[in-house]
Design a binder for this molecule. Structure first.
Ligand SMILES: [Zn+2]
Length: 209
C-alpha cells in the first residue's frame, strides 16, 4: 500500500536530496503500529516541464510484516505528472474551459490532460461529497454547492483546505498536495486506499471519495 505524507518540499529540492530525503515517521495504515525504515525505490515525476528522479522510501510494519511506500504529496500513484500539474489542469479547465489551452499552459500532451479531466469529472460527485464532509469535520463553513459537478468538487476541496490550514499544527502544503494526502494519492483512480490526514496530533479519516 502507498501512504501519501504531507510533504511541503519543492519537487526539485526533494529530487536533489536523493536517498537522503527526510520523511516523518509514519504509522501502519492497517494496524496503526509505528513503522520502521525499509529501503525504498526511485521513480520519476514530471513537474513544470522537467522530469525528476525522486526517491520513495518504504516503511515496514513488523506486526503486519508488510512494507508501505511513503509517497511525498506531489506524487500520485501510477501517474508520471505531479499532483500540482494534474490539479492545475483540472482547475484551469473548470474555470476557463478548453483542455487545449490548459494543457499547453502546463506543458502536457492534450490527450493526457483530457484523460485527467474525464477521470476527475467521473468522480466529481463523490469528491464533492467527501471533501464537503471533511471540511465540516475540520470546522469549515457549510456552503451550497454549485450545480456544475466539477466546480462543486473544486469548491469543496478549496473549503476543506481552507478549514485545514486554519487549524493549528497544519503545515501549508498547497491545495493539491492536500488533496493527494486525503485521497491516498489516487485522486484519479477507481480504487482508493484508506485515506489518512493528520492535523497536529489528530487523525481524521474522511469518507473515501
Ligand atoms: Zn501494521
Amino acid at each position: 500500500m502507498a501512504i501519501v505524507w504531507p510533504c511541503s518540499t519543492a519537487v526539485d529540492a526533494y529530487a536533489a536530496a536523493g536517498r537522503d530525503v527526510e520523511v516523518p515517521k509514519a504509522a501502519c495504515p492497517a494496524c496503526s503500529a509505528p513503522m520502521g525504515s525499509w529501503s525504498g525505490y526511485f521513480r520519476f515525476v514530471r513537474h513544470d516541464g522537467a522530469v525528476h528522479r525522486v526517491f520513495i522510501p518504504r516503511g515496514i510494519c513488523p506486526p503486519c510484516s508488510t512494507t508501505h511506500a511513503l509517497l511525498p504529496a506531489f506524487c500520485l500513484r501510477n501517474r508520471l505528472d505531479s499532483t500540482e500539474t494534474i490539479g492545475g489542469v483540472i482547475e484551469a479547465v473548470a474555470s476557463a474551459g478548453g483542455v487545449r489551452p490548459a494543457a499547453r499552459r502546463h506543458d502536457v500532451p492534450h490527450t493526457t490532460a483530457r484523460g485527467w479531466v474525464r477521470l476527475f469529472a467521473a468522480r466529481a460527485q463523490r469528491v464533492a461529497v467527501a471533501f464537503a464532509a471533511l471540511g465540516v469535520e475540520l470546522g469549515g463553513e457549510v456552503e451550497k454547492p454549485p450545480r456544475d459537478l466539477l466546480r462543486a468538487a473544486l469548491g469543496a476541496i478549496a473549503a476543506a483546505y481552507d478549514a485545514a490550514t486554519a487549524l493549528p499544527g497544519w503545515i501549508r502544503i498547497g491545495r493539491w498536495r492536500f488533496v493527494a494526502v486525503v485521497c491516498g494519492g489516487s485522486l484519479l483512480s477507481a480504487n482508493t486506499n484508506s485515506p489518512w490526514l493528520i492535523v497536529g496530533t489528530r487523525r481524521f479519516m474522511p469518507p473515501v471519495p
